[in-house]
Every structure is written in structure tokens, then in C-alpha cells.
Design a protein around this ligand. Structure first.
Ligand code: CDP
Length: 230
């Protein structure tokens, strides 16, 4: 069967990665979480004193870009690739609220985007890839056979992210998560380089009131149709 490229974009915490992982497992495709790459660069910058709440030394980050080696290593038990930064598994660290608070600033830097987009395009070269992010259908794979754009109300999204962080034992409040979701939506969709917007040929899915199962079944039908048409 012909392999296609599936690009999933949308606002933060819209469940992009959940459906992307489900599709990749079902289709035996590679899943790439492009947000994990921006998060890992941000984590590196935080650890190196390049960025904090009150400070961002962009030039220092640019000097360090060549020292930031990102890899996804497939974890059989989890069924997806975990993010490694310079050989160390940082999957847990990059999901923290501290990283979420700074990642959108890092993601506005064109030189950072250029490097990561090239790596993403390389990973998707053979097709048979599901990638999620903010600019996948518009910049990374503008010719993807299938583009999805996910949305849900800010409150629903914040609740999902809050539940995830509480489940793993982080000490966070719902209000700060909601603020972070709204703050990132704003920066991500108004930045100059590769802002988040729905590609003209993307299918929009609002999953505020869809169960995971219904969402998957709905999307999987679209995918099968697209594969048959390609
Ligand atoms: O998990 P969540 O949906 O909240 O975000 P993510 O996909 O992990 O992405 C984290 C941040 O990275 C986003 O808020 C964007 O600022 C940035 N990002 C981006 O600019 N371009 C992408 N392709 C993916 C993420």
C-alpha cells in the first residue's frame, strides 16, 4: 500500500500527539513529535543559563545550536520515540510547565526553526510519517497528502494538560496551565516566522466533545480514503 505523509497541526494540548501516535501504530508509520524538538532546545537553553523568565540571550543560543543533538529513540514498551538531548533521555523534563512557559519564545527564533525544520524534513523524506506541530502542513510538508488541524476550547485543553501533569506528580494549578495555553496560542499564532494557522487544504477537527475512540475512528476513515486515493 502506498505510504503518505500526514501533517497534524493545531493549538496547544489539542490531542495532536495522541491521535498521531494512534495513527502511526496502526499504519506502522514513523511518528515525529516536532514540539518535543522545540522543547528539548528550550530545556538545553534553560540548563545552560541562556533563557529564564526574565532573560533570553538569543546570540548565545545561536552559538550553541551546533552542540544540540536531538534524537528520537523508539521505546518498544511505550510504542513511540522518546526525545534524547545529547544522548540523554529528557522525555519527562521537556513536558514540565517550566519548559512550556519558555518554549514559545525559543520557537520564534528563525535560525532555530530553520535547523529543526530541516531535521524534520529529513525524517519524513521516505513518507510513511505522521508529524504533529504548528507548521507541519504549512512549512515542513506543504505537499502532505493529508493535513489535519485540531482545535478545542481553551478550557478543555487546559483541563487535559492539567490532568496529565497532576497524574505524573507535578505541582501545578489549573489557572497557571490555562494561562500558559492561552499565552502560547497567542505567541504561536502571531509570530513572524511560520505562525500557526490552518492550511487551506487542512481538515479542521474540533474535539472538545469527541471521545478518543470516536475521534480516532473518524480520522482513520479519512486516512484510509486518502491512502486509497493517492
Ligand atoms: O504539547 P503541546 O501541544 O502543548 O505543545 P508542543 O506540540 O509540545 O509544542 C510546544 C511549543 O513548541 C509550541 O507551543 C510552539 O511554540 C512550539 N512549536 C512550534 O513552534 N512548531 C512546531 N512545529 C511544534 C512546536
Amino acid at each position: 500500500m502506498k505510504k503518505i505523509t500526514i501533517a497534524i497541526d493545531g493549538f496547544s494540548s489539542t490531542g495532536k500527539s495522541t491521535v498521531a501516535k494512534q495513527l502511526a501504530n496502526k499504519l506502522k508509520y514513523v511518528y515525529v513529535d516536532s514540539g518535543a524538538m522545540y522543547r528539548a532546545v528550550t530545556f538545553y537553553a534553560m540548563k545552560s543559563g541562556i533563557i529564564s523568565d526574565s532573560f533570553f540571550n538569543v546570540n548565545e543560543l545561536l552559538k550553541n545550536l551546533k552542540n544540540i543533538i536531538l534524537e528520537f529513540k523508539f521505546n518498544d514498551k511505550l510504542g513511540f520515540g522518546e526525545m534524547y538531548l545529547n544522548g540523554v533521555n529528557v522525555e519527562k523534563e521537556i513536558r514540565s510547565l517550566d519548559v512550556s512557559k519558555l518554549v514559545s519564545k525559543v520557537a520564534t527564533v528563525p535560525e532555530v526553526r530553520k535547523v529543526l525544520v530541516e531535521e524534520q524534513q529529513e525524517m519524513g523524506k521516505q513518507k510513511g510519517v505522521v508529524m504533529d506541530g504548528r507548521d507541519i502542513g504549512t512549512v515542513v510538508f506543504p505537499f502532505a497528502e493529508l493535513k489535519l488541524f485540531m482545535n478545542a476550547s481553551a478550557e478543555k485543553r487546559a483541563q487535559r494538560r492539567y490532568d496529565e501533569l497532576i497524574d505524573r506528580g507535578d505541582n501545578v494549578s489549573f489557572d497557571e496551565i490555562l494561562k500558559n495555553v492561552q499565552y502560547r496560542d497567542h505567541i504561536d499564532s502571531t509570530r513572524e516566522d511560520s505562525p500557526l494557522y490552518k492550511a487551506e487544504d487542512a481538515i479542521e477537527i474540533d474535539n472538545s466533545d469527541l471521545s478518543l475512540k470516536d475521534q480516532f475512528n473518524f480520522i482513520y476513515k479519512i486516512v484510509q480514503k486518502r491512502i486509497n486515493e493517492s
